[in-house]
Write a protein that binds this ligand. Structure first.
Ligand SMILES: *[C@@H]1O[C@H](CO)[C@@H](O)[C@H](O)[C@H]1NC(C)=O
Ligand SMILES: *[C@@H]1O[C@H](CO)[C@@H](O)[C@H](O)[C@H]1NC(C)=O
Length: 245
């Protein structure tokens, strides 16, 4: 009875609002929000009453932009351009894909999340207004999925809870004394390491060449000695009977 009622309501309204809202991906993946990105669960099995070739867009808005958002403004227009967000566009639309990519059944190991803000290459390119570029600040942002069939909105999710990103520590808050000292320590350590390496190399060279010389010299000497002594003895022993004769 309730689905039928919802369907009737949607038909009357012209736009079906699913009861789902985008949610941040579960924390088992790690790094879910950074200073310029966040990770959402894909809207799988959310749009069930629309054609398979319906295009699903992600809408990212400021909290004010969410309140004034107009579903009929087409993606890719200046009002929805990532490059103008959040100054002259209070929302942008990105990550468009057909419904086929959000099936209900999930293959094992399949990626079921979306990283918002992961595309750096197009962030400054006004020719790519639907760029999934890094978010311009900590937010808060609110997002929803909007389904367009033939560029007409046919279905949507509700808006997410406000999403606030991590704030990067501003460089001025890092104490200069500490960084100066650590830089000095690094330099000193490097110099000491180099000196030690040179010393070690010298020591090794001394051992190797010194050892070779000593080794070669002593062996030659002992061989020569042995030969001389043997010869001397032989001659001595051989000569004696000859002398006696
Ligand atoms: C929404 O946008 C469409 C297309 O730009 C426009 O025709 C319509 O008047 C807008 N609706 C509101 C309430 O601003
Ligand atoms: C997304 O939309 C842009 C601009 O309308 C289009 O060029 C691109 O092919 C679309 N991508 C997908 C995956 O549908």
């Amino acid at each position: 009875m309730l689905p039928l009622l919802l369907l009737l309501l949607a038909t009357a309204h012209g736009l079906e609002e699913t009861r789902s809202v985008p949610i941040l991906a579960s924390s088992s993946l790690g790094g879910l929000t950074t200073a310029s990105t966040f990770v959402l669960e894909q809207p799988r099995c959310v749009f069930t009453n629309v054609q398979e070739d319906t295009v699903i867009w992600l809408v990212v808005a400021t909290v004010e932009g969410m309140h004034t958002f107009n579903n009929s403004v087409a993606p890719g227009t200046p009002e929805r351009a990532f490059q103008r967000f959040p100054t002259t566009a209070s929302a942008y639309m990105t990550l468009n894909t057909t419904l086929l990519n959000y099936p209900c059944t999930t293959a094992p190991g399949a990626i079921t999340v979306l990283r918002v803000g992961s595309e750096t290459s197009c962030a400054k390119n006004p020719m790519r207004p639907t760029c999934n570029g890094p978010l311009p600040g900590p937010g808060p942002y609110q997002v929803k999925f909007l389904a367009l069939a033939d560029s007409k909105p046919v279905s949507e999710t509700g808006w997410s809870e406000p999403i606030t990103l991590r704030t990067a520590q501003p460089p001025s808050s890092i104490p200069t004394m500490g960084s100066g000292r650590s830089a000095g320590m690094i330099a000193l350590t490097s110099i000491l390491s180099i000196l030690f390496a040179i010393l070690l190399a010298g020591l090794v060279a001394m051992l190797v060449f010194g050892g070779l010389d000593a080794c070669g010299g002593s062996s030659t000497l002992s061989k020569a000695e042995a030969v001389t002594v043997r010869r001397y003895n032989t001659h001595h022993v051989y000569d004696q009977p000859a002398a006696r004769l």
